[in-house]
Design a protein around this ligand. Structure first.
Ligand code: ATP
Ligand code: MG
Ligand code: MG
Ligand code: MG
Length: 464
């Protein structure tokens, strides 16, 4: 008899049929005459209840049915009266595939998130993390569907890159050599010509520059892959290894770019509301009681669009009225997440797209506004999180871009291939980067980015 997934068994109505399920024991309770086992196989947040008559099964076997043990159960599908589900299984045969001792780290319910993180390999088996990672999967599907439906091509940019213009200080170097074995030149600088690629290489901090090459050839592309930043601060929103989604579109200006960002996020959230109902209901109950309300609000309401300068005025006004912030706020300052969250959560009470930032706090490739001071940047700011997207219209004019590169002293010889986009048939284009985990944070209501990726990479933490 073939195994059926629990998600499918729970939908069946052919009472009396024999079925087989396999999964892990969540709980076992019972009396002298009957045992109730809640079994979960990861296919859904919901358990199937197994009813085992005590006189049919050995005491020795029942003792092995502990929380976390793995079972194969064959029995009759029966209508349920009290399990919270429509069906349950009256066991005819129970096989213990894997026993689980009392030292099982997920034995106790209600452990702290910190504890869970120290057992990232086993927390996957809990209801909360099961829900989070099923949602994560569904969101990844939504991302691909959205772009596919809108005529974007999934474009793979390299993970090992040689340009370090953007990632100053945040790059993980890639080498096959023990650093001490590499030759040094007269000035004591390491000579990488001896190394595998014959030059300094690093893990990518963004696929954007290569993405621009894709967009100016294929029209509209998106990347969706692992991204690496040696973030030396410990925050609930930064990982050293995260997944970034970066659409890039030829002929789009900053307004098209904002429309795309808003439409895309709403599509993904709507997708979750439609496809992850059970998991979201669970998280709404256990993690954050306002989760569903917030998700529905986001899909139903327009985002605020506001120039940076206006945002600063609002924040300065708040400070004048006694609102305290940890970091100073003034025109020219990069916003800290406390400022972003003030605008979103307290002032506008909805997502905000902030535009036209001072050029000094944004990257070299962003298109200059006529004022000569601000660039066509856009950050999408979300409740609980702050920045969820950073994007811009790109400077397509070769001379203007060169001037900026020289101004910032960016090493030119690494950039020749990028500049070719502006030398040969340059065109206006725009794009943005969305941190996938920040989207998952919002959609799941989880508080810490370490809890929405199976195996988080953060400073001093690469255990699992
Ligand atoms: P932040 O201000 O939060 O450090 P950033 O401005 O450095 O972010 P960008 O370079 O604009 O980030 O990258 C685009 C998006 O990638 C960000 O809006 C964010 O969603 C995500 N992101 C950036 N750094 C990280 C990180 N270390 N971990 C997870 N997501 C990140
Ligand atoms: Mg950063
Ligand atoms: Mg930022
Ligand atoms: Mg940014």
């Amino acid at each position: 008899i073939r195994r059926i997934k629990i998600i499918d068994v729970l939908k069946r109505e052919d009472y009396g049929s024999e079925v087989n399920v396999k999964g892990w024991v969540r709980t076992r309770r019972g009396s002298k005459s009957v045992h109730f086992i809640a079994l979960n196989d990861g296919s859904t947040i919901n358990n199937v209840q197994i009813v085992a008559d005590a006189d049919k099964f050995d005491d020795e076997l029942i003792k092995l049915i502990t929380t976390g043990a793995c079972l194969s159960v064959t029995g009759e599908l029966v209508q349920s009266v009290g399990s919270g589900q429509a069906v349950e299984i009256r066991a005819r045969e129970i096989e213990v595939l894997g026993t689980c001792g009392s030292d099982y780290p997920m034995q106790k319910k209600g452990q702290s998130m910190e504890y869970m993180r120290t057992h990232a390999h086993m927390r996957l088996r809990t209801n909360t993390f099961g829900a989070v990672f099923r949602i994560r999967h569904n969101m990844a599907m939504a991302v691909h569907r959205y772009f596919h439906e809108h005529g974007f091509f999934y474009f793979h940019t390299p993970i090992i890159t040689a340009s370090d213009c953007e990632g100053a200080g945040q790059m993980f170097q890639v080498t096959t050599k023990n650093l001490y074995d590499l030759k040094k030149d007269d000035e004591g600088k390491i000579d990488y010509s001896d190394d595998f690629f014959g030059k300094t290489t690093s893990l990518t901090v963004s696929g954007q520059l290569e993405g621009e090459l894709g967009a100016t050839a294929l029209g509209a592309i998106y990347t969706f892959g692992p991204t690496f930043r040696a973030e030396n601060s410990n925050t609930p929103r930064h990982l050293a290894e995260f997944w970034m989604i970066e659409p890039e579109v030829a002929f789009n200006d900053i307004h098209d770019n904002m429309d795309l960002a808003e439409d895309f996020i709403k599509y993904c959230v709507r997708w979750a509301l439609e496809h992850c109902q059970d998991d979201l209901a669970f998280l709404n109950k256990m993690i954050d009681k306002t989760l569903l309300e917030r998700l529905n609000f986001v899909v139903e309401n327009d985002f605020v669009r506001l120039p940076y300068t206006k945002g600063i005025e609002i924040l300065e006004e708040a400070v004048k009225n006694g609102r305290k912030f940890e970091f100073p706020i003034y025109w020219g300052a990069d916003l800290a997440s406390e400022h972003e969250r003030y605008l979103v959560e307290e002032y506008f009470k909805r997502p905000v797209i902030l535009t036209d930032y001072p050029k000094e706090i944004k990257a070299f490739y962003m298109k200059m506004n006529d004022d000569g001071k601000t660039v066509r940047a856009m950050d999408v700011l979300f409740p609980q999180i702050g920045e969820i997207i950073g994007g811009s219209e790109r400077e397509e004019n070769y001379d203007k871009l060169m001037a900026r590169i020289e101004e910032l002293n960016i090493p030119m010889k690494d950039m020749w291939w990028y500049l070719d986009t502006r030398r040969f048939g340059t065109c206006p284009h725009s794009g943005f980067g969305l941190g996938f985990e920040r989207l998952i944070l919002f959609v799941t209501g989880m508080q810490n980015i370490r809890d929405v990726i199976p195996f988080p990479r953060t400073p001093k933490n690469a255990e699992f």
